[in-house]
Design a protein around this ligand. Structure first.
Ligand SMILES: Cc1cc2nc3c(=O)[nH]c(=O)nc-3n(C[C@H](O)[C@H](O)[C@H](O)COP(=O)(O)OP(=O)(O)OC[C@H]3O[C@@H](n4cnc5c(N)ncnc54)[C@H](O)[C@@H]3O)c2cc1C
Length: 373
C-alpha cells in the first residue's frame, strides 16, 4: 500500500497522555485524530495528585484545570507521620474528569479531531498504518462516566503514525507485537497489585497528599475540591478482593471515620498495575504512557512520566531509536524508585517504611523532591 492517508497521527486513547500527544502533534503542524472507546468526560481510577512537575507539564500544554493545592507528601502509620513540603511550590489535586475536560478542550482548540470507537486491528507497511475501528454505541465500557456521545466514524483509517496511548491493558501494544509475552507481564500472580478509588464529600483537612500505610495496603488521600477528598487504595489482589469499603474500614479505621459515609461518584478500579512492553516502537507504531509500561501507583508519578513520554514521542516521530532512548531517560528514575519501593512494601520489612521516613527526614525529603520534579 502507500499513498493517501486519512491523518498524520492517529492517537489511540484520550487519557491525559493521548491528549498531550494530540496537542503536541498539532503544535508540530500534524493532522491528528484521537480515538477512544469511551465517550464523554473520561474518569479513571487514579490518586489524582498532580505533583508540581506534572502540573507544570499540564500548564505547558496550555491547560490549567482547577483543583486543590497540594503542598507536600505525608507518610503516615498509626502514631507517627513524616511530612515533607515541596520546595518549589505546590502541585494540585485535580479530579480526573476535570483534567480530562481541560486537556480535551485544549486539544480540540488546537485542531485535533475526535472519534468514538475501539481499535481492533492494525496493519502497517513502510508508509503508514491501517487501523480498524469498531464504532461504539452511546454507552461506555463500564469503567467511567459517559456524559455525552461523540461523533462516530466506523471502518478502516490510514495514518502515517499510530501512537498507542491506550493505557495499562493496551490493545495497540498487543496488536503491534510489543507485549512481553502474550498474557504475561513479568509479575507473579500473587504479587499483582490493584488500585481502587472513591470520593468522599468532606472538606479537605490538609494540603498534603497523605499516604497511609497499613500492614497490607496503602491509602492515598488527595484533596481535589473544597468539599471533595479522593481515596485510592493500593493492595495485592488477595487483599483488594475484600472491596473498597471493607478494606478502608478494616485497614484504615481512623481514615474511614474521618472521611465519613458521604460518598461521591463511582467506585473505580484498575490493575494489575505492573505492565511491560518489549520495546516502545514497532515500525510506525509508538507506545506512550501507561501503554508503554507501568510499575505501580505507589509513587503517584504516572501523569508526569506519561506527559514527558508524550513530548518525546512527538519530538522523535521520525526516529524510533531516539524515542526509545528518550523514553528510557524519561522513565529511568520512576522505574528504579517505584520498583524499589514496591519491593520494600511487598517484603517482611514493610512495617519499617514509615519509621524510616520519620527517622531520616533528609532522605525522605530528597525522595519527595525527586517525585515533585
Ligand atoms: C489507583 C491509581 C492511583 C494513581 N494515582 C496517581 C496520582 O496520584 N498521580 C499520577 O500522576 N498518576 C497516578 N496514577 C497513574 C495515572 O492514573 C496513569 O499513569 C495515567 O492515567 C496514564 O494515562 P494514559 O493516558 O497513559 O492512560 P489512561 O488514562 O488509562 O487512558 C487510556 C485511554 O485509552 C482508551 N482505550 C483503551 N483501549 C482502547 C482501544 N482498544 N481503542 C480505543 N481506546 C482505547 C481508554 O478508554 C482510556 O481512555 C494512578 C494510577 C492508579 C491505578
Amino acid at each position: 500500500m502507500g499513498g493517501r492517508t486519512d491523518t498524520d497521527v492517529l492517537v489511540v486513547g484520550a487519557g491525559p497522555v493521548g491528549l498531550a500527544v494530540a496537542t503536541r502533534a498539532r503544535a508540530a503542524g500534524l493532522d491528528v485524530l484521537v480515538v477512544d472507546r469511551r465517550a464523554g468526560t473520561l474518569d479513571k481510577a487514579c490518586g489524582e495528585g498532580l505533583l508540581p512537575g506534572a502540573l507544570r507539564s499540564v500548564r505547558e500544554l496550555g491547560a490549567d484545570p482547577p483543583g486543590h493545592p497540594l503542598t507536600g507528601i505525608s507518610y503516615r502509620a498509626p502514631g507517627r507521620n513524616a511530612d515533607h513540603r515541596f520546595v518549589a511550590g505546590p502541585g494540585r489535586g485535580v479530579r480526573r474528569t476535570t483534567l480530562h475536560a481541560a486537556l480535551r478542550a485544549r486539544a480540540a482548540e488546537v485542531g485535533a479531531d475526535f472519534v468514538h470507537a475501539r481499535v481492533t486491528a492494525l496493519r502497517q507497511d513502510a508508509a503508514g498504518v491501517d487501523v480498524e475501528l469498531v464504532p461504539r454505541g452511546g454507552a461506555g465500557d463500564g469503567v467511567g462516566d459517559v456524559t455525552d456521545a461523540d461523533d462516530r466514524r466506523p471502518g478502516t483509517l490510514r495514518a502515517r503514525w499510530v501512537l498507542g496511548c491506550d493505557g495499562l491493558h493496551s490493545t495497540v501494544r498487543r496488536l503491534a507485537g510489543l507485549d512481553v509475552r502474550p498474557g504475561w507481564n513479568g509479575d507473579r500472580p500473587s504479587h499483582r497489585r490493584y488500585g481502587l478509588r472513591r470520593h468522599f464529600l468532606v472538606a479537605p483537612w490538609t494540603d498534603l497528599v497523605e499516604v497511609h500505610w497499613s500492614p497490607h495496603a496503602e491509602a492515598y488521600v488527595t484533596p481535589v475540591a473544597p468539599d471533595v477528598v479522593g481515596v485510592a487504595l493500593l493492595a495485592p489482589r488477595a487483599v483488594s478482593a475484600a472491596g473498597f469499603d471493607t478494606l478502608l474500614r478494616t485497614q484504615f479505621p481512623e481514615l474511614a471515620a474521618r472521611v465519613g459515609a458521604a460518598q461521591a461518584g463511582p467506585l473505580l478500579g484498575a490493575g494489575p498495575l505492573r505492565r511491560r512492553s518489549q520495546r516502545r516502537t514497532a515500525g510506525r507504531v509508538r507506545l506512550v504512557g501507561d501503554a508503554s509500561g507501568y510499575v505501580d501507583a505507589l509513587t503517584g508519578e504516572g501523569v508526569r512520566v506519561g506527559l514527558a513520554q508524550a513530548a518525546a514521542a512527538v519530538r522523535h516521530l521520525d526516529d524510533p531509536a531516539a524515542y526509545e532512548r528518550a523514553w528510557r531517560t524519561a522513565t529511568r528514575d520512576y522505574r528504579a524508585l517505584t520498583t524499589g519501593l514496591v519491593a520494600w512494601a511487598s517484603s517482611p520489612a514493610r512495617g519499617a517504611i514509615v519509621p524510616a521516613a520519620v527517622r531520616l527526614p533528609r532522605l525522605y525529603g530528597a525522595v519527595v523532591e525527586r517525585l515533585a520534579r
